[in-house]
Design a protein around this ligand. Structure first.
Ligand code: PLP
Length: 364
C-alpha cells in the first residue's frame, strides 16, 4: 500500500519507533505495565506545569470525545448549570453531550472566525448567577483558531466558577500554564500533539473538584471519579486498558522529551505553520482566520480564486504524491484544511506547497 503522511489534526503521522512499541502484548495487571501508566500520569502533570496534590491525571479509554463527555457528565451535577462558549464544531459537540445527558446549560455561540469574548462571558455569568461551570475549546480544530483561554480563565475564576477546557489539539503543542490559569479540568488525547496513536484521552483535574464529583456521574464507563479511584491506587485501569496504545504513548512522551519538550515542539509547529501560510499566500490561497488568532496547529484556507477548483481532485493529486489533507468544516465558506502537527517538518511543508503549485498550474 502506498504510504502517505497525514496533514490532519489527529490521528497524525507518528514515528516508526512509536509504532514499534505496539509489537508487544503487555499483561494488564503486571506491575511493569502499571508502572508505565503511573509514569505517563506523572509526565502529563509536568507538561501541564502542575503537581500533586493540587492536581491529578485520569486516563480514559476511547477517543477525545470520550474524555470531554466523561468530564461534562461526571462533574456537572443535577443542581449545576453549565455555560458553553462555542465557536466551532467541537464547542457545538459539548452542547450535544449536554443535551444527551440532560444537563442544564446555556450556550454562547460566537462566529467561527472569532474568539469567544471574555467580557461577554463575564456578562452572561452576571446575568445568570446560577451558572456553576464554564467550558470551552482552546484550539478549535474546526477552523484552526486559537481561543484566548487566559482571558476567559480570569473572568471564570474571578466569578468562582469551575473552568473546563478542551485542549485536545493544543496540549503539548502550545504551552498551557494550567495551574496559573486555574483551569479545573483540561482534556486532551493520545493522538494529537504528544504524537501517540489513537485509543485514549487524558484529563488533568484539580483534585478537590474531582473529589466533589464522586457519585455524580451519569455513565458507568465514563465515570471520571471511579476511573481515577482505581487508577490512582497503583496504575491499574478500570476495565481493559488499551495496552498497545499506552506503550506507544509512553514512547511518544520520551521522544517529546528528546526533542526538547513543549518549547521545542511548539516552535517546530509554529514554524511549520508560518511557512505553510506564507507559501500558500504566494500561491494566492488565503487563510480563513486572521493573523492575530490563527493557531499553530491547523489552518483553514479558502478555495483558490480564478481556478476551476475541485477539492476532491486536489486531494487525490496530493495523496498520490505522499500527503493527506483535510476538507473544510466551517459552515460559511468553501474551505479546506491543512494540519502541520505530528512528524512533520519544514521539508514536508515545502514539498506539499510545491505539489499544490503544480496542481494549480496543471489545472489552469
Ligand atoms: C480531535 C478533537 C476532539 C476529539 O475528537 P475525537 O474524534 O473524539 O478524538 C475534541 N476536540 C477538539 C478540539 C479536537 O481537535
Amino acid at each position: 500500500m502506498p504510504n502517505y503522511k497525514l496533514l490532519t489534526p489527529g490521528p497524525l503521522t507518528t514515528t516508526d519507533t512509536v509504532k514499534k512499541e505496539m509489537l508487544f502484548d503487555h499483561c494488564t495487571w503486571d506491575d511493569d505495565y502499571k508502572k508505565i501508566t503511573l509514569e505517563i500520569r506523572d509526565k502529563l502533570l509536568k507538561l501541564a506545569h502542575v503537581e500533586e496534590p493540587e492536581y491529578t491525571v485520569v486516563l480514559m479509554q476511547g477517543s477525545g470525545t470520550f474524555g470531554v463527555e466523561s468530564v461534562l457528565t461526571s462533574v456537572i451535577g443535577g443542581e449545576d448549570v453549565l455555560l458553553i462558549a462555542a465557536n466551532g464544531a467541537y464547542g457545538d459537540r459539548m452542547e450535544e453531550i449536554a443535551k444527551h445527558a440532560g444537563l442544564s446549560y446555556f450556550i454562547y455561540h460566537e462566529e467561527y472566525s472569532k474568539v469567544p469574548s471574555a467580557q461577554k462571558i463575564g456578562e452572561i455569568l452576571k446575568e445568570h448567577p446560577e451558572i456553576t461551570h464554564v467550558s470551552m475549546v482552546h484550539s478549535e480544530t474546526t477552523s484552526g483558531i486559537l481561543n484566548d483561554i487566559a482571558s476567559v480563565a480570569k473572568v471564570v475564576k474571578g466569578a468562582g466558577k469551575t473552568f473546563i477546557v478542551d485542549a485536545m489539539s493544543s496540549f503539548g503543542g502550545v504551552d498551557i500554564p494550567v495551574g496559573e490559569l486555574g483551569i479545573d479540568f483540561i482534556i486532551s488525547s493520545a493522538n494529537k500533539c504528544i504524537q501517540g496513536v489513537p485509543g485514549f484521552s487524558f484529563i488533568i483535574c484539580r483534585k478537590d473538584k474531582l473529589l466533589e464529583s464522586r457519585g455524580k456521574a451519569r455513565s458507568l464507563s465514563l465515570d471520571l471519579y471511579d476511573q481515577w479511584k482505581t487508577m490512582d491506587k497503583d496504575g491499574k485501569w478500570r476495565f481493559t486498558s488499551p495496552t498497545h496504545v499506552v506503550l506507544a504513548f509512553a514512547q511518544a512522551l520520551r521522544e517529546m522529551e528528546a526533542e526538547g519538550g513543549i518549547p521545542a515542539r511548539s516552535r517546530r509547529y509554529r514554524e511549520n505553520n508560518r511557512l505553510l501560510i506564507s507559501k500558500m499566500e504566494e500561491l494566492g490561497i488565503r487563510p480563513y482566520i486572521g493573523r492575530e488568532h490563527q493557531g499553530p496547529i491547523i489552518t483553514t484556507f479558502y478555495y483558490p480564486e480564478h481556478h476551476n477548483f475541485s477539492f476532491q481532485d486536489m486531494y487525490q493529486y496530493i495523496k498520490d504524491r505522499g500527503y493527506a489533507i483535510y476538507p473544510g468544516k466551517v459552515t460559511d465558506a468553501d474551505t479546506f484544511r491543512i494540519g502541520n502537527i505530528g512528524e512533520i517538518y519544514k521539508e514536508d511543508i515545502e514539498k506539499l506547497c510545491e505539489i499544490i503549485k503544480q496542481f494549480l498550474e496543471e489545472e489552469n
